[in-house]
Design a protein around this ligand. Structure first.
Ligand SMILES: *Cc1c(COP(=O)(O)O)cnc(C)c1O
Length: 500
């Protein structure tokens, strides 16, 4: 029987089954878990997915990656996550055909209206199933650093899941009002939410430090608890994202939009590089994907990297209208580089030590060439983002959120620059009402003195669209979490929560 194991990007000698990779989150050498090879999908296999539901397609793909799970366990996971109770559409990932030749993949029909739900609805199932196999009897404590959407989606996925607790850290001034409201009103007996005086990178480094802090881990052991991560460094976050790229291609073939084998470009508004890496994996597995177009906002560290091969985080950090992409360190890039160097863990250690010490590294020529072959990168500022929202709404009556708008604008620039008119899928990563202020402002509305709930009414009226109930309902929920701490107080806050 086919067995898939996972390696660490920092040590190729690591060789573990998926349950271990998922329950551990991060390898103890600081590396990320990566599949030892990518399963290949034949044309016959891809076409056989046409008449399946999203959950059935997910089952077929997960079987290739989670070879230490039984078929029943995988069914339990996919059916628990991808159903019409959790998602507002039967298709789970809906494709809008409003713009000819440019398909918008709406990844935000889950309970928190952001694409993170695609993975975080299934992660608790993957994680508790994995934990049974590897660390039976121990409690799992999930720590999350979030730039907004992950936090809420993780809280919603893990709330009241037996044997788990979850603590979320977000940058105090780095998330939208609606994102903050969604998190601070979170229900559930095993959840905690904490604002940090700092930016997303402070939250992320804080969590990474806690994971390897020996004194914290010792205290955790006393509480019979282990840490795990719901950030996109966890393989259990990435694997589910491959599925919607496979499923979208299959769906477009089924709908007669593509002939099998015809290339499809993919545009992804990128932050931590998880979503676009999943598209790369789908391409490596045999899905006919053309260019992978990496779109950034003013925090354009990835644009520069893809264009020059130099990753340099020593630059100004901008707070933008697309806050989920306000990131200077894109963790999942490490996985791509591991594959593109031919699994050279020495080089990965060298580069990521340099990143840690100097904030900078430069990849070699063969990696530069491999990146150019697969990827294109571009960026835009807030004014251009808002301009794209208005343009698309005026022309197609389609309302995009700010992150999707960054992708749209970068794609427009790509087409002008290259003349490439290949059919294209744009990953739409959030419902527009999550970023209502910027969206309303983009359409020419006056936001001065308007609160987030008044705004919903105004945006509904102006655009004749409806705000999802999950967002409007936060108005009537009590705020449960009001604390804010300094980055150096994060470990203490975690211990307090666990020992509570
Ligand atoms: C997380 C997020 C992104 C960035 O996705 P990555 O996988 O981190 O690159 C983009 N848009 C929205 C709305 C998000 O929540």
């Amino acid at each position: 029987m086919f067995v898939m194991n996972y390696k660490s990007t920092r040590d190729v000698k690591v060789n573990v089954p998926s349950a271990y990779a998922i329950s551990q989150g991060l390898s103890s050498d600081g590396g990320l878990f990566v599949p030892e090879n990518l399963p290949k999908l034949s044309e016959e296999k891809i076409m056989s997915l046409c008449d399946m539901s999203y959950a059935e397609r997910a089952y077929e793909i997960f079987r290739l990656f989670l070879t230490d799970f039984t078929d029943d366990e995988i069914k339990h996971c996919v059916n628990g996550a991808y159903n019409d109770k959790n998602f507002a559409t039967d298709n789970i990932a809906e494709i809008s055909h409003l713009i000819p030749g440019t398909y918008i993949l709406e990844l935000w029909h889950g309970p928190t209206c952001a694409f993170k739900d695609m993975a975080l609805q299934i992660l608790p199932y993957l994680l508790t199933t994995s934990a049974k196999k590897t660390i039976d009897g121990k409690k799992i404590s999930i720590l999350v650093a979030t730039s907004g959407d992950t936090g809420k989606a993780a809280l919603e996925g893990f709330k009241d899941v037996d044997g788990t607790s979850i603590m979320v850290f977000y940058p105090e001034d780095g998330v939208s009002n609606m994102q903050k409201r969604q998190m601070t009103t979170q229900e559930g007996s095993n959840v905690n939410v904490c604002a940090v005086v700092g930016n997303f990178d402070d939250c992320q480094s804080g969590v990474k430090q806690i994971f390897t802090d020996k004194s914290v881990i010792a205290q955790l052991e006393k509480a019979n608890t282990v840490f795990s991560s719901a950030n996109s460094i966890n393989w259990g976050r990435l694997a589910p994202q491959i599925i919607y790229y496979v499923s979208s291609y299959v769906q477009l073939v089924k709908d007669g939009e593509l002939k099998y084998g015809e290339k499809l470009n993919v545009v992804v508004p990128t932050g931590n590089f998880g979503n676009i890496l999943a598209a790369y994996y789908a391409k490596q597995m045999g899905i006919p994907i053309g260019k992978l177009i990496c779109a950034s906002n003013a925090n354009n560290v990835l644009t520069d990297f893809i264009n020059t091969g130099i990753y340099d985080r020593n630059r100004k950090f901008y707070t933008t209208v697309s806050p989920s992409m306000d990131i200077l360190i894109s963790s999942n890039l490490e996985r791509l580089l591991y594959h593109l160097t031919g699994e050279n863990d020495k080089l990965i250690n060298e580069w990521f030590t340099a990143l840690k010490n100097d904030g900078r590294y430069e990849v070699n020529d063969s990696v530069k060439a491999a990146i150019k072959e697969n990827f294109y990168a571009g960026c835009c500022d807030d004014e251009q983002t808002k301009g794209a929202i208005k343009e698309v709404f005026d022309e197609y009556s389609y309302l995009m959120d700010t992150h999707t708008a960054v992708a749209y604008k970068v794609y427009e620039d790509y087409k002008k620059k290259t003349g490439d008119n290949t059919k294209t899928l744009i990953a739409s990563t959030a419902n527009p009402y999550k970023f209502g202020f910027a969206v309303y402002d983009a359409l020419g509305g006056e936001t001065e003195g308007v609160d987030e709930f008044e705004l919903i009414g105004k945006l509904e009226k102006l655009t004749k669209t409806t705000c999802p109930k999950a967002l409007s309902d936060t108005k009537n929920k009590p705020v449960r979490f009001t604390g804010s701490i300094k980055p150096e107080e994060m470990a203490e806050a975690v211990l307090e929560f666990i020992n509570k």
